[in-house]
Design a binder for this molecule. Structure first.
Ligand code: ZN
Length: 144
C-alpha cells in the first residue's frame, strides 16, 4: 500500500508579472502557501514515509531558504537589476526565474527542485502553491 505524507509551509515574497494588463504588473507581495505531498510504497523502520522534520529540511533547502523574503521575477524583467542595485547587500534575495513568477511557474520550479532532493524511495506526489487563500496552482495529472 502506498502511503502519502502531506505538509504545508508558508513563505512571504514579492513578485510582479511584467506585461500583465492589470494590477499584477506592479511589484507586490503575497504570503504564499506551499503544499507538498510525498509517498512511499514502503515505510521506514519507524513506520514513516519519511520523518516530517526531514521533509521540512528538504523543503526548506530546496525552496523556502531561496524564496522566503525574496523578490521573485522573470529573468528578463529589468526590475531585477534595479532591485539588486539598491539591495546589493543581499544579492540572493532577488530570484530570477525562467518565466513570469506566476503560481504556475513557481509550482513547476518547486517541483523540479524538490524532486531532486528527496531521498531514494520517496516519490513527490503533489506540489501546490497558493498566492491567496482563494487562488493557487498545482499540476494536473493529465499534464505531460
Ligand atoms: Zn501577485
Amino acid at each position: 500500500m502506498v502511503m502519502e505524507l502531506a505538509t504545508s509551509y508558508v513563505f512571504d515574497a514579492a513578485h510582479r508579472i511584467a506585461g500583465h494588463p492589470g494590477k499584477c504588473a506592479w511589484l507586490h507581495g503575497h504570503t504564499y502557501r506551499l503544499e507538498v505531498t510525498v509517498s512511499s510504497a514502503t515505510l521506514n523502520p519507524l513506520g514513516m514515509v519519511m520523518d516530517f522534520d526531514d521533509l521540512r529540511d528538504v523543503v526548506r533547502k530546496a525552496v523556502l531558504d531561496l524564496w522566503d523574503h525574496a523578490t521573485l521575477l522573470a529573468a528578463n524583467d529589468p526590475l531585477g537589476a534595479a532591485i539588486s542595485a539598491v539591495q546589493h547587500e543581499a544579492p540572493d534575495r532577488v530570484v530570477l526565474l525562467p518565466g513570469p513568477p506566476t503560481a504556475e511557474v513557481l509550482t513547476r520550479e518547486a517541483w523540479e527542485r524538490l524532486e531532486r532532493q528527496l531521498p531514494t524511495g520517496v516519490t513527490l506526489e503533489r506540489v501546490a502553491i497558493r498566492e491567496t487563500p482563494a487562488c493557487g496552482s498545482a499540476p494536473s495529472r493529465h499534464a505531460t
